[in-house]
Design a binder for this molecule. Structure first.
Ligand code: PGA
Length: 252
């Protein structure tokens, strides 16, 4: 299938930024600017901003993502938030497996398998992040790392479930560093991800949206998005400023 037929996505990952009142201000700035965007626009907000974000984006072309969910639906897990809780709030997407969760919060493939299942059961579309560390790339091991991240977490899904998943390739060395993967490096990995998915899911791999993330900004977005297997971006730092985020969305 040709790229033009895949669903293009520009998703913001606000991380632990923006209080509810700051979120209100940012979304106010975004809404008029993104209304003609040629892609699906998503904002990945902290839990405390979800209510404001869902209310403000109702009836607009902006969708709301959470940045994590728990691997159980409910129970004695102090401080956690579950997929059914997100669903009832009106969240449509959930970022899973972000490298910051893997690095700082012990996220493993096992917990991700459980999170993925619960997210899908509750009608949330997962944005599943994969990506290698600098040392892994330098050792020439990046393809193996990414293959394992895909196989361990996605290969147990049915085709119907897989069709709801968005993938984000985020090389850890590019996240928040200002160093972006070159479009050749990114395209090479995106094509590899699609090939790996095709080995399990066949033709469906051609329909899967694969985003690039890692220091994506207005100045490099166009070149990245022009690559045949890059279907949009997961945007951290640059999603915190309405003008930059819009400029990236308009680069698709
Ligand atoms: P960045 O973050 O755009 O600030 O590099 C991307 C991400 O972590 O999703």
């Amino acid at each position: 299938m040709n790229k033009a037929k895949r669903n293009a996505v520009i998703a913001g990952n606000w991380k632990m930024n923006k209080t509810a009142s700051e979120a209100r201000e940012l979304i106010d700035g975004l809404l008029p600017l993104v209304k003609d965007a040629d892609c699906t626009v998503i904002i990945g907000v902290p839990f405390t901003d979800i209510h404001v974000a869902v209310e403000m984006t109702k009836g607009s072309n902006v969708h709301v993502a959470a940045q994590n969910c728990h691997f159980e639906a409910s129970g004695a897990f102090t401080g956690e938030v579950s997929a059914p809780m997100l669903k009832e709030e009106g969240v449509e997407y959930v970022i899973l497996g972000h490298s910051e969760r893997r690095q700082y919060y012990g996220e493993t493939s096992d917990t991700l398998v459980a999170k993925m299942a619960l997210a899908l059961e509750n009608g949330l579309s997962p944005i599943y992040c994969v990506g290698e560390m600098l040392s892994e790339r330098e050792a020439g091991n990046h393809f193996n790392v990414i293959k394992a991240q895909l196989e361990e977490v996605l290969f147990g899904l049915s085709a119907e479930q897989m069709a709801k998943v968005v993938i984000a390739y985020e090389p850890v060395w590019a996240i928040g560093t200002g160093v972006t993967a070159t479009s050749e490096q990114a395209q090479e990995v995106h094509a590899f991800i699609r090939k790996t998915l095709a080995a399990k899911f066949g033709e469906l791999a051609n329909d899967i949206t694969i985003l690039y993330g890692g220091s994506c900004k207005p100045s490099n977005a166009k070149e990245l998005f022009a690559c045949p297997d890059i279907d949009g971006g997961l945007i951290g730092g640059a999603s915190l400023k309405a003008d930059d985020f819009i400029a990236i969305a308009q680069s698709y």
